[in-house]
Design a protein around this ligand. Structure first.
Ligand SMILES: [Zn+2]
Length: 477
């Protein structure tokens, strides 16, 4: 009898354990299954995989080395470079790990990359449960004015007028608790030290991430970045330094940093948006896959978001370009009336051609403002949509902007489309007499504050200067 009771209690204990653990105590096979199922979604959501044999082999080597010295070396780790300028990294259960092009560009050396990977896979090895995180969608300025004009059915809802996006599309990618973050930093640092990397690189990268985040929020749009899922503060950086001090003491030889190798690997890498996602050059937007080019009118500032291109003017007039699915070969006029502005009264409706393609134009007016809508044939199942939005009192500005935009839309020949080139990262050696200012002037790309970006990309503080012979990253054509 006693024996039996004991048996039952052992069984209960086991049952309770797995129940307590819930999703965080999945078997390895279950974890791998989840990772494998999510992997294609992640790759699609983040602009596809960046295929470059040199870079892919490099990150795989670093991944393998850190994985081998992690707390769960048995996991079959794999890593994908995501073709997006966003600065981000994350890992899924099962060892699927991701770093973005944006993050590789920001990292200064191999040890920093190892630190990011070590941190991300620590969330997996420590089986941190992800918390749900509400996406911050706050485009108050325009949304407040135009929210009533643009309902969800027009596809240009108030929410959609900005381009903040919900990065945490799946709960698996949502944020971790602060304690989990500290633990991941710590485990990452330990794995780095065991793998022979300089563990202080972890804190260095956190510092670069903070500087980049600050630069972005002070400059252009706040694009989704690592900080949306990773809290950061001085305390965290200080803690990482402390942990690195103690981890470093146990290392038999100085840790490897790998600056030359990292710079050699990222030299020539695409920087900013890919040609596939569309390239901005001044007021011009070019998209290879759509064979499309347009210039926004003078005074508008372009912004290439994940799902739409927007351009804003100081007078609160805004241009939005995006794509929508349509019933196969449905005429743009039918689409505009029946789908885009369904149930709304359109004025000034006209059927027209834009650079030889079938299109339809109409205007939505309400007491809050105006939306001038242009739908263009974008292939059998796709419609290209241009909307010019303005608050009340700016109606004529919106109409003028649409008139100008219509003339500036060009469809490209395959040859022209093939000639669209993304910006690239170049590693150059600083020559005698060159300065942050002179190199900043050589920077290309859409960033307004080019010298500021140069400093952030190269880990230079406001007062840091350059020594001749050192190597720096530049954004070039
Ligand atoms: Zn984390």
């Amino acid at each position: 009898m006693m024996k039996r009771v004991k048996l039952i209690s052992v069984f209960c204990l086991a049952a309770t354990l797995s129940a307590c653990g819930g999703a965080t105590l999945m078997s390895e096979a279950e974890e791998a299954k989840i990772g494998a199922a999510q992997h294609p979604n992640i790759v699609r959501e983040y602009g596809g995989a960046y295929i470059d044999p040199k870079i892919n082999a490099y990150v795989e080597t670093v991944m393998a080395r850190i994985g081998r010295f992690s707390d769960r070396p048995d996991i079959d780790y794999r890593i994908t470079v995501l073709d997006t300028p966003m600065v981000n990294a994350f890992a899924l259960p099962g060892g699927y790990t991701y770093v973005t092009r944006g993050l590789l560009a920001l990292a200064d050396n191999e040890a920093e990359l190892a630190g990011v990977i070590g941190h991300e896979i620590a969330h997996v090895t420590a089986r941190h449960g992800a918390r749900r995180q509400t996406a911050a969608v706050g485009t108050a300025v325009v949304a407040g004015v135009l929210g009533a004009v643009l309902n969800a059915r027009t596809g240009l809802s108030g929410r959609a007028t900005g381009d903040l996006l919900n990065v945490g599309g799946s709960a698996i990618l949502a944020g971790y608790s602060r304690d989990n973050e500290y633990e991941a930093d710590n485990l990452g640092i330990k794995a780095m030290a065991r793998a022979g990397y300089e563990p202080h690189a972890q804190g260095e990268l956190l510092t670069s991430l903070a500087a980049f985040s600050k630069f972005q929020s002070g400059g252009q749009e706040a694009s989704a970045n690592w900080f949306s899922s990773h809290p950061n503060n001085e305390a965290r950086i200080a803690k990482a330094r402390q942990k690195a001090d103690s981890a470093g003491k146990k290392m038999p030889t100085p840790g490897q940093i790998g600056t030359d190798r990292h710079l050699q690997m990222i030299d020539g890498m695409v920087y900013g948006d890919s040609a596939r996602a569309g390239i901005m050059r001044g007021r011009r937007y070019e998209h290879a896959a759509l064979a499309l080019r347009f210039d926004v009118p003078r005074g508008f500032k372009l912004n290439n978001g994940q799902t739409r291109v927007t351009a804003k003017h100081d007078n609160d007039v805004q241009i939005i370009f995006d794509l929508d699915a349509r019933i196969a070969n449905e005429a743009p006029a039918a689409y505009l009336r029946g789908t885009w502005a369904t149930g709304q009264r359109l004025s000034g409706f006209q059927d027209l051609k834009i650079d030889g393609r079938q299109a339809a134009l109409g205007t939505l007016k309400t007491q809050n403002g105006i939306a001038v809508l242009l739908a263009i044939d974008g292939g059998e199942k796709q419609i290209m949509r241009f909307g010019v939005l303005a608050p009340r009192g700016r109606e004529s500005d919106a109409e003028a902007a649409m008139a100008s935009l219509r003339r500036a839309i060009d469809f490209l020949t395959p040859r022209q489309a093939g000639a669209i080139r993304p910006y690239r990262l170049r590693v150059v050696t600083v020559k005698e007499g060159e300065s942050v200012a002179s190199l900043g002037r050589r920077m290309r790309g859409p960033a307004a504050d080019k010298e500021g970006l140069f400093r952030v990309l190269n880990g230079l503080g406001q007062n840091d200067t350059l020594a001749a012979g050192s190597r720096v990253k530049l954004v070039s054509d």
